[in-house]
Design a protein around this ligand. Sequence first.
Ligand code: ZN
Length: 271
Amino acid sequence: MRFQPPILLSLVISLSFSSCVFRPSIDDQGKVTVRPTHKMILSLGTREFNKIKKSRQISHDPRYTDPVNRVAKRLQKAIDIPEAEWEFVVFKDNSPNAFALPGGKVGINTGLFRLADNDALLAAALGHEISHATGNHAKQRTYRMIGLVLASAILWQSLDHQDVDHAGYHAAALALAGYLIDSLPFSRKLEYESDRIGAVYMARAGYDPRQAIKLWRNMEHYHALHGGQKNELLLTHPSDQSRIRALENFMPVAMKFYAESQGKGKQHLKH
Ligand SMILES: [Zn+2]
């Protein structure tokens, strides 16, 4: 049986990819590492954002654009992306979502305001999305996927292919196993990282980071009204409850940045 060595080999490849691909962008003290974004990625981000702006309906309703502009102004000062050409656009879309592309391009759905009906909640949502871009998460996901495909290919090559009738079934099972064992947990790891960085970003901008917990409670309520969440192990995102717990644990660190920002605010008033 030629099974053991290839499994080991694929595991080694996967693990070496996981250690070199995941580069944490925040440490235990909340220090965020900013990595410069490659020019090509920046221009891709801008091009993609322009495409989205052409294909989706933009909202100019001040009920949405006013809070977005207020929050954007403060976040831009607190988030250090030297190469950013910031742009915040509201899209007419009822799903409670937002996204950020490299280079400071941020899209916000009108539906997000159902869950984020004050500036701090909005800052929590946008801080989270922007940190996916500053943490180079898309790039990390891509490299991770390449590692997984390579490992699967090696394992696939090493299997006995006598059972031609079920070859397709075996290949699908292998791909699914890789997705469940590796890709989904990795994706959840990036989500937790974005929650922590987002909390630091909003705190630096002078918003109480405890509102990030409230945002995920609102999301939990929204999910409950819309059929609930699937089992976390099958999700690219952690369950709302898991991320609430993780954020609660991180709160003492985030609150230090909030206290600092409040101190600076008071100093401003004195001068
Ligand atoms: Zn996310």
